[in-house]
Design a protein around this ligand. Structure first.
Ligand SMILES: C[S@@+](CC[C@H](N)C(=O)[O-])C[C@H]1O[C@@H](n2cnc3c(N)ncnc32)[C@H](O)[C@@H]1O
Length: 280
């Protein structure tokens, strides 16, 4: 297993340690600029299992911060490389503004629905994150990877798996030490498997609980990452050594009866298309 992780600010860290065009895929969840380091007090959350020292970014500097780290990511990505950025709504415009200032191209806007929004009395309960999926322009043979049959061999099942509204599972691991806003590794897995191949390099500039790194290493990718909070870095770094490598999943086939039904339907559609062509 190969990884390079640094207890540093990711902006200078990327400049110092990552060469141009060497990263295949980035999956990251930056601080949201919403005083995330104080949310537990605001929402009366019990965070006794959460490591101290989460580094938040003040709202006044969030725009420049977003431009700086996203420009670095664009430099590090290879042609055709993919980037996924998880963002809340409040400062989404700064993230989008920064993305539009690079040569990256938009691929999808994914909405991720979670079931644990903070209760409100006089307005809707916010229960989604945005996931911005962009890419570095393809160049010659260096194209964007998108593995559509990771989990399902048949297009119909894969179609449903690829809808741009995705559920966000929550890991319930009582007593286990975690980072603030730690994502589920089951959730990250999907994006890594769809957008990279074994042996390729995944980067996360904001490692937090090292969820992206563990997921990347588990599936035979190499990893490069940064985390500024020394407490989080020291707590989660040892978990990388405990990762057990796994094969990529074997795609699930529809049952033979279901496949026969689908193939009959598809043959019918193909016939209709051919007839329409003849008429026009
Ligand atoms: C939303 S959390 C990431 C959570 C992570 N995805 C997980 O699943 O645990 C953002 C992380 O970025 C770190 N951070 C903030 N500013 C940073 C910077 N300039 N460079 C590196 N890490 C930074 C914070 O300390 C925090 O752990």
């Amino acid at each position: 297993m190969f990884y390079d992780v640094y207890n540093e600010d990711c902006i200078t860290g990327m400049r110092n340690h990552v060469k141009d065009g060497t990263v295949d895929c980035i999956f990251t969840d930056p601080p949201y600029g919403i005083e995330g380091d104080k949310l537990d007090v605001l929402y009366h959350r019990d965070e006794s299992n959460v490591v101290d020292g989460y580094v938040e970014v003040p709202l006044e500097t969030y725009d420049q911060f977003s431009k700086d780290w996203i420009t670095e990511c664009a430099r590090c990505l290879r042609p055709g490389g993919s980037i996924y950025i998880v963002s809340g709504y409040t400062n989404l415009h700064h993230v989008l503004n920064a993305l539009h200032g690079t040569d990256l191209q938009e691929v999808n806007h994914i909405v991720s629905k979670y079931s644990f929004g903070v209760s409100t009395k006089k307005k809707w309960v916010s229960s989604h994150y945005h996931i911005l999926f962009w890419q570095k322009p393809d160049k010659g043979k260096q194209k964007r990877v998108f593995n559509t049959n990771v989990y399902y061999s048949d297009q119909k099942d894969s179609y449903h798996d690829r809808l741009d509204v995705q559920p966000m599972p929550r890991d319930y691991k009582p007593g286990q030490i975690k980072n603030k806003n730690q994502l589920s590794e089951d959730f990250i897995e999907k994006f890594i498997l769809y957008s990279s191949n074994r042996g390729e390099t995944i980067m996360d500039p904001f490692c937090g609980g090292f969820t992206t790194s563990r997921t990347a290493l588990r599936f035979g990718r190499t990893f490069i990452g940064f985390e500024m909070n020394t407490n989080a870095f020291r707590t989660f770094l040892p978990t990388l050594e405990q990762v057990e490598e796994k094969e990529d999943p074997i795609p699930i086939d529809p049952s033979p009866e279901e496949l026969e039904k689908r193939n009959k339907m598809r043959a019918g559609w193909a016939k209709k298309r051919a007839e329409r062509k003849l008429v026009s």
